[in-house]
Design a protein. Structure first.
Length: 202
């Protein structure tokens, strides 16, 4: 009888533990960004909230400087503005540039899923619109990450050229706080829908 009680207790404990695991968020997303002003932070939070509206997705949002390990998660979203306009490198003009040189080489992004986004000004800097998004894409692709959300239709934008455009598609979602802030929520939702279809959150 004692053995039976112990067995039942162990089974009950295991079932409760399993139920807790099933009830907890099954997909964790880390959103990391860099910024000088508050625009990229604003868009980061819009994307994060759009993620949380979807079932069983847990998102944490922090600055890129805090990203010193990728061992605890397999799904990442990175974002930055294009402040070093017209440059051939270090296009963000933020701490992301230094992080890419000093920290990224020490992180293992193999088997990690990554999507990138950025901010730019399609009127003021039409020939370099969101160039940093292309650079971020290169960083993580070269680091061995599996890239997602990289087939954005450029027809929704009005710019002359962008380093983020490859073979007629944009390699990440572009946002324009100065001219098209009213499209932020729609673009975030559309991008996340595409990411979901691609299996980014699986």
């Amino acid at each position: 009888m004692l053995r039976l009680c112990v067995f039942i207790s162990l089974v009950t404990s295991y079932a409760n533990s399993l139920n807790m695991q099933l009830a907890s968020p099954s997909r964790r997303v880390r959103l990391r960004y860099s910024a000088i002003a508050g625009n990229t932070e604003k868009v980061s939070n819009i994307i994060a909230e759009a993620c949380r509206e979807r079932k069983d997705i847990e998102v944490s949002v922090t600055l890129i400087d805090d990203c010193t390990s990728v061992d605890d998660c397999d799904i990442y979203i990175f974002g930055a503005p294009t402040l070093n306009t017209g440059a051939g490198s270090d296009r963000t003009g933020t701490s992301f540039d230094e992080w890419a040189y000093l920290t990224l080489p020490n992180l293992d992004f193999k088997n990690k899923r990554v999507a990138v986004f950025g901010l730019g000004n399609c009127r003021g800097y039409s020939f370099y619109f969101c160039d940093a998004v292309g650079e971020l894409y290169d960083y993580f692709q070269d680091a061995g990450a599996e890239m997602f959300g990289d087939e954005v239709d450029p027809k929704d934008y009005n710019y002359e050229s962008s380093y983020a455009e490859r073979d007629g598609k944009l390699v990440g979602m572009l946002f324009d706080e100065e001219n098209e802030s009213d499209k932020h929520h729609e673009r975030a939702q559309n991008w996340l829908t595409t990411l979901s279809k691609q299996g980014f959150f699986n």
